[in-house]
Ligand binder design. Structure first.
Ligand SMILES: [Zn+2]
Length: 455
């Protein structure tokens, strides 16, 4: 009886939470995480038994079943699927490019960019023009008519954060076909989005504008981008034949996969942890974003194992279709507008399963300072660098309902060596680095679930 009264004095509605301090919780999460390295086992299973999982593919449907099962195994109080229509784009078997230069022929290693139209069976053939910016494309004017535009602006190697280098180059991939078609070009080749000099092409999303002709677009490996550039500097005329079998089908129905640990005091206050369940159809999406998926499931597993229920709800969302449409993120945000829940914070992991340095936070200065103060708890896993600005594509859709955006920031040096290519496989992931990311997310989710983010 005395214990009972003592508990009532501590906290009327849920006494047991008061028994675990933040630093005790952080230590328990760290020890269990590093002891068991379960995120890596999940990732091994996902990459081996599901493999790549582009929206609209059988792989994605398998991933939905896999994600639901893993969230149940992790001990979520409830697990469910939420329907969403997603795009279906299929690469097909043919992606070939040959450079013709005098009497010499060079096969270029290419792959279709995601969303590209295909070519006819014989492909397109034309002279190539190298550019480094949209200004150069514009300046070509009528000289671009009937040509293949070759975008060859490399990553800025002086950027320490490779995400910034990606940001400085990626418009060639996303909008290059639109800008080239605007001046009458018939196709584009884009230097792969990576600092690595190798023979792997890196795919990724590109878009069209309905009022401008849709022309085929392919990524070329950095080795062959350098070769093509060299040929163009030596010879007056280089032409390329490009054949792609890519095709877009009608959207198909699928799901976001969701599981949660329900809060005891404020169950309608939600902290989302998440990543995207889809991947490109190259490699097995081990870093992008298999890592974010298994880390999010691991948050549920680790916090469940504390055997202390949190005051607020922690919800893992495995988003559909981040790579070529963001349909999962949009559907989740749209459904939220019709709910009475309050999404106070969302933590996304979508920058690879590398050693975590900390988190990037997008919110007002009061809440930012509150999260920054948790840096000292995150020191035990070396993830104490809390910076302004950050989040993730999937959770960005929650910005409109005022959710604090938080992105896990792992080391960025190797990410784009693998990103969207055949290089993105399990052997590039280190079990302890991956787990440290899960633990960092768990600690942050735990403290926000206990303390909230107001005052
Ligand atoms: Zn991603």
């Amino acid at each position: 009886m005395r214990i009972f009264i003592f508990c009532i004095l501590l906290s009327v509605s849920f006494p047991v939470t008061a028994q675990l301090s933040h630093s005790d919780a952080a230590n328990l999460l760290k020890n269990k995480g590093l002891e068991e390295l379960a995120a890596y086992d999940m990732l091994k299973d996902l990459t081996a038994n599901v493999g790549h999982r582009l929206s609209g593919s059988d792989g994605y449907e398998k991933a939905v079943v896999w994600g639901k099962k893993e969230l149940e195994k992790a001990g979520a109080d409830s697990v469910w699927l939420e329907p969403v229509m997603i795009p279906k784009w299929v690469r097909g078997n043919v992606e070939r490019a040959t450079a013709l230069c005098g009497r010499m022929q060079y096969d270029l290693t290419v792959c279709a960019l995601g969303g590209s139209v295909g070519t006819s069976k014989d492909g397109i053939k034309s002279e190539v023009v190298e550019v480094h910016s949209f200004e150069e494309v514009k300046a070509l004017g009528s000289k671009a008519k009937g040509k293949i535009i070759f975008y060859n602006r490399a990553f800025d190697r002086t950027k320490v954060n490779t995400g910034e280098a990606y940001g400085g180059a990626v418009n060639q991939r996303t909008s290059g076909a639109i800008e080239a078609a605007r001046v009458g070009a018939i196709g584009v080749l884009v230097r792969s989005m990576t600092n690595a000099i190798d023979d792997e092409p890196h795919t990724g999303a590109m878009r069209y504008n309905d009022s401008i002709p849709k022309i085929p677009a392919a990524a070329v490996s950095t080795i062959d981008a350098n070769l093509l550039s060299e040929l163009l500097h030596k010879e007056r005329s280089v032409s390329v034949t490009l054949r792609l079998s890519a095709k877009t089908f009608a959207d198909v129905p699928s799901y976001n996969v969701i599981g949660e640990l329900r809060g005891t005091e404020f169950p309608k206050e939600i902290i989302v942890v998440g990543g995207h369940l889809d991947s490109w159809d190259k490699g097995t999406g081990a870093h992008d974003d298999g890592s974010g998926i298994v880390q999010s499931i691991e948050v549920i597993r680790l916090i469940k194992a504390l055997k202390v229920k949190t005051k607020r709800t922690i919800r893992a969302v495995l988003y559909a279709n981040e790579e070529n449409g963001l349909k999962g993120g949009r559907a989740y945000a749209a459904r939220e507008r019709n709910h009475t829940e309050n999404h106070i914070a969302a933590i996304e992991s979508d920058a690879g399963g590398f050693l975590p340095h900390g988190f990037g936070v997008s919110t007002d200065s009061v809440r930012y300072e509150k999260i920054r103060a948790y840096g000292s708890l995150l020191e035990i896993v070396g993830a104490d660098k809390i910076q302004r600005g950050g989040g993730g594509a999937d959770i960005s859709t929650l910005q409109s309902i005022g959710t604090v955006q938080i992105g896990l920031n792992p080391d960025s040096q190797r990410y784009f060596d693998y990103h969207h290519s055949n290089n993105d496989t399990i052997d590039k992931v280190h079990p302890r680095e991956l787990e440290l990311g899960s633990i960092a997310m768990s600690i942050l989710a735990w403290v926000i679930a206990q303390d909230g983010l107001n005052n």
